[in-house]
Design a protein around this ligand. Sequence first.
Ligand code: 5BU
Length: 278
Amino acid sequence: MSSSSRIAAQTYAQRAAKHANPAAKALLETIERKQSNLCVSVDVTDRDEFLDIIDTVGPYACLIKTHVDIIEHFDLSLIERLQELSSAHDFLIFEDRKFADIGNTVALQYSSGVHKIASWSHITNAHPVPGPSIISGLASVGKPLGRGLLLLAEMSTKGSLATGSYTEEAVNMARAHRDFVIGFIAQRRMEAVGTSTDTNNDEDFLILSPGVGLDSKGDAMGQQYRTPKEVVTESGCDVIIVGRGIYGKGGNIDVQSVQKQAERYRNEGWAAYQARIR
Ligand code: 5BU
């Protein structure tokens, strides 16, 4: 089982102390401080509902994942409010932008336009499909700001093409850019994947895993769910990403139920981690 890897046996605090990237270090410290490896994915289109969910789940989450391009009537005042909630509840922000273009274009998409993602999102992600130039393009904007990048090494959906040699090359690309690539969106640990260059024993990639649900095995559009125990204890992933498992379909959220589910996933995720490092 891959969770027997050197990194998976360490505590978040031990890893935070050694991590050189500021975003990765801050995330690991937040996880340890809040005893939460829960990232809540807030995929709703209404501004008020978006903020209400974040205000409700914030105390239980280390990270809030956004898709800002789905929000109606977006303007930068929404980001100001998001940043206030991030300070009040002590979580980091991850815009799940999934960049996928040439270096020059992604640098512009990351820095500019309506959303100005790099100015507020501690972590973002990219498809490795264009090759290493996507990392240098994004790093030219994000590195001076202390940001971190996740590469999509695998996906949670049925029939995903991100497998085999594609995943291996994604990991090799990350190894060549460890100052900015802090880890992967993946379903398992990646130390044993691709060609290791970890001669100093200091490689530490964070594994963030979407496709997590306790009450459902999937949706009607190809999503597949595993439990926090399968994801964290058995597969050695570091952060569980949970969306609809916490807030349901969206639309008139029931604050008490959202809070209860966030607490439940936080507890399950943390118990799964404790079982892993034991
Ligand atoms: P859900 O409601 O827990 O199914 O939401 C999952 C979120 O994670 C959603 O925002 C997706 O865009 C995101 N996601 C995913 O589900 N699977 C993947 O492989 C990747 C992202 Br990459």
